[in-house]
Design a protein around this ligand. Structure first.
Ligand code: ADP
Ligand code: MG
Length: 239
């Protein structure tokens, strides 16, 4: 079980205005939740709070049964994929994928098995011996996904992972990430500022502005019944 619950979360940096303001959000086990909103609204901060890369000023965060406020990122069973999926340039694809497991001192056979498994899922067997500079943008992004799934996390967090790709590849990778979700059946939280991406990918979508979630619903519900003018304008629905 990896339901994620954010309860009454506030986040301020340097005593300034609240970047996250009394946020309440339950992400169901196994769901693909998209968090969408304009730049600067607090999406990355929310994701970083779930990952443990930031600590909340107030409130509680639960992953599964556990309150994780004081659990360090490495013990949260989470993998995160960013826009700049920095691969190690001097290492092969295989070693890039294996790196996190080596660091955690997994036995050699298990590392091999897991790398092969990740390569199967992402269909990147033929790339394992290459270096990152010998890969296209889309291939690199797939390797970054491989590096994340090889750890078998309970939760997968994405922070605008496709922003650096061209439009055609972006559409293709959206479908790949959704396929990955169907295969792995784990909880995924996907941050984007792109309405179309949100509407096509989310099981549910949380629409955020200025640190507040204005609506949390299925794409259809949001499209047909936007909660307020901001949501209607942002999604571009007819009402
Ligand atoms: P988004 O990902 O939606 O673009 P962020 O979560 O990155 O938004 O940022 C939300 C707000 O918090 C912005 O105003 C940003 O400037 C501010 N912010 C984010 N990180 C920090 C930080 N480490 N120190 C100070 N302010 C920050
Ligand atoms: Mg961001």
């Amino acid at each position: 079980m990896a339901q994620i619950v954010l309860k009454n979360i506030d986040k301020t940096f340097d005593e300034r205005q609240k970047v996250i303001d009394n946020l309440n959000l339950t992400i169901h086990d196994g769901e693909f939740l998209v968090l969408v909103g304009p730049s600067g609204c607090g999406k990355s901060t929310t994701l970083r709070l779930i990952a443990g890369l930031e600590s909340a000023t107030a409130g509680d965060i639960f992953i599964g049964e556990n309150r994780v406020n004081h659990i360090p990122p490495k013990d949260r069973d989470i993998s995160m994929v960013f826009q700049n999926y920095a691969l190690y340039p001097h290492m092969t694809v295989h070693d890039n994928i294996a790196f996190g497991l080596k660091l955690r001192k997994y036995p050699k056979e298990e590392i091999e098995q897991r790398v092969q498994e990740a390569a199967d899922i992402l269909e990147i067997h033929s790339l394992l011996k290459r270096k990152p500079k010998q890969l296209s943008g889309g291939q690199r992004q797939r390797v970054a996904l491989g590096r994340a799934i090889v750890r078998k996390p309970k939760v997968f967090l994405f922070d605008e992972p496709l922003s650096n790709l061209d439009a055609k590849l972006r559409v293709q990778m959206r479908a790949e990430i959704k396929k990955l979700h169907r295969q792995l059946k784990i909880t995924m939280v996907y941050v984007t500022h792109d309405q179309v991406e949100a509407m096509t990918m989310g099981d549910r979508i949380a629409i955020m502005k200025d640190g507040i979630i204005h609506q949390l619903d299925t794409p259809m519900e949001i499209y047909q019944k936007p909660a307020d003018l901001f949501v209607a304008g942002f999604i571009g629905s007819p009402s």
